[in-house]
Design a protein around this ligand. Structure first.
Ligand code: UDP
Length: 325
C-alpha cells in the first residue's frame, strides 16, 4: 500500500510511519518541521520505501502528485500545542483550514479515491464538563472567544470540510477526534503535560501544575492511536463518520503528577500556577475530558494495548538513559 502522511515527522505521525514501514508499505511524509522533528523519522531515511519532503502543506509543489499516488492519506499537518496556538492564532487558522482544503482538492481530483483520515481533536467539544464525550453531542463555541479556541474552530472546520468532500465527491474520509495522545518522541515545549512532568521529575522538580489540578484528561498511547487510525482508515463502515480515538481512563492532573513521581520513584515538590500565570489571558481550561469509545469499539472492536503506567515507565526509562532529550 502507498501511504501519504502529512505532518508525518510529528510525534503522532511518526508512530503511523513506523507502523506502516513495519507492515512493508511505501510511505511518503511531508512536514515543514515546525513542531515535527527530523529525528522522529530518521530510522527510515534511506529506505527505498520511504520518502520525506520538508515542505509546507500550503505551498508544497509535490502535494498533487503525492495525493494521486496514495492509496491512503493520514492528514495530520497542522499547527498544534497550546503555547503555539496562543502565540499565533492567525497561523493556526490559516494553516489548518487552507492546508486541509488544498489536500482535499487534490485528493478528490485524482483517478481513484484514496482512504483519508483527517485528524480532528477533542478540543472541538469545547468548554464542557460532561462526564463522557460522545460524537453526536451538540458543540458550543463562545462568541468573541479567546485565542485558545482558534485551534478548536480550525479543527471543526476541518471536520466540516472532510464531510463535505466525502459527500460531494464520494471520498472515503473518516474524521478522528484525537484525545490527549502520549508516548515516545513527544516534546513538552509546546505545552503537553506528560513529557513536561517526566522531564521535571527527572530534573528533581518541581512539577508545574496549572490551576488547582482537579481538571481531568484521558491519555492514550500513540501506538494505540496509530492502530486505531489504521483500522478505521481501511474500514468502509467508517467512511463519512466522526470517531473519538483515545483511552477512556480519566485522571486528574494532580493525580497524574503523583503517578509520575511514583513511577519515577522520586517524590518531588509540586508548584501550583494559575492559568493566567501559565498561559496569559487568552486561555480557558477544560475541566473534564473523557471520550466515549462506544463508536470506535463498535466499528473496529478496538482494544488498548498500553496502560498509562506502562507508557510512563517507558518514557521515564528513555529520558533517564538520555535517548529522549
Ligand atoms: N498542564 C499542567 N502543567 C503543565 C502543562 C499542562 O498542569 O506543565 C495542564 C493543562 O493546564 C491542562 C492539562 O495539564 O489542564 C493538559 O494539558 P495539555 O496541554 O497536555 O493538553 P490539553 O490542555 O490540550 O488537553
Amino acid at each position: 500500500m502507498h501511504v501519504l502522511v502529512t505532518g508525518g515527522a510529528g510525534f503522532i505521525g511518526s508512530h503511523l510511519v513506523e507502523r506502516h514501514m513495519q507492515q512493508g508499505d511505501s510511505v511518503h511524509v511531508v512536514d515543514n518541521l515546525s513542531t515535527g522533528q527530523r529525528t522522529n523519522i530518521q530510522p527510515w531515511v534511506g529506505s527505498p520505501k520511504f520518502q520525506f519532503d520538508e515542505a509546507d502543506i500550503l505551498t508544497w509543489g509535490g502535494l498533487e502528485k503525492a495525493s494521486a499516488w496514495a492509496d491512503r492519506i493520514y492528514h495530520l499537518a497542522a499547527v498544534v500545542g497550546v503555547f503555539r496556538v496562543l502565540e499565533d492564532p492567525v497561523r493556526v487558522l490559516a494553516t489548518n483550514i487552507a492546508g486541509t482544503e488544498r489536500l482535499l482538492r487534490f485528493a478528490s481530483a485524482g483517478h481513484w479515491k484514496p482512504q483519508i483520515i483527517i485528524a480532528s481533536s477533542s478540543e472541538v467539544y469545547g468548554p464542557t464538563s460532561a462526564p463522557l464525550l460522545e460524537e453526536e453531542a451538540m458543540l458550543y463555541v463562545h462568541s468573541g472567544g479567546k485565542s485558545r479556541w482558534s485551534y478548536a474552530i480550525s479543527k471543526l472546520s476541518n471536520e466540516t470540510q472532510g464531510l463535505a468532500y466525502a459527500r460531494q465527491h464520494e471520498l472515503p474520509i473518516c474524521i478522528v477526534r484525537l484525545f490527549n495522545t502520549i508516548g515516545l518522541r513527544q516534546r513538552g515545549q509546546y505545552g503537553m503535560v506528560v513529557p513536561r512532568f517526566v522531564q521535571q521529575v527527572l530534573r528533581g522538580g518541581p512539577l508545574t501544575i496549572y490551576g488547582d489540578g482537579q481538571q481531568t484528561r484521558s491519555f492514550c498511547d500513540a501506538r494505540d492511536t496509530a492502530a486505531a487510525l489504521d483500522a478505521l482508515a481501511g474500514l468502509p463502515g467508517a467512511a463519512g463518520e466522526i470517531v473519538n480515538v483515545g483511552n477512556d481512563r480519566e485522571i486528574s492532573i494532580r493525580a497524574l503528577a503523583d503517578l509520575v513521581c511514583e513511577r519515577a520513584q522520586r517524590p518531588v515538590e509540586k508548584k501550583f500556577l494559575s492559568y493566567v500565570e501559565a498561559y496569559g489571558e487568552q486561555y480557558d481550561d477544560i475541566q473534564r475530558r473523557r471520550p466515549s469509545l462506544a463508536k470506535l469499539q463498535r466499528l473496529t472492536g478496538f482494544r488498548h494495548r498500553w496502560t498509562l503506567e506502562s507508557t510512563l515507565d517507558e518514557l521515564i526509562a528513555q529520558h533517564r538513559d538520555g535517548s529522549e532529550a
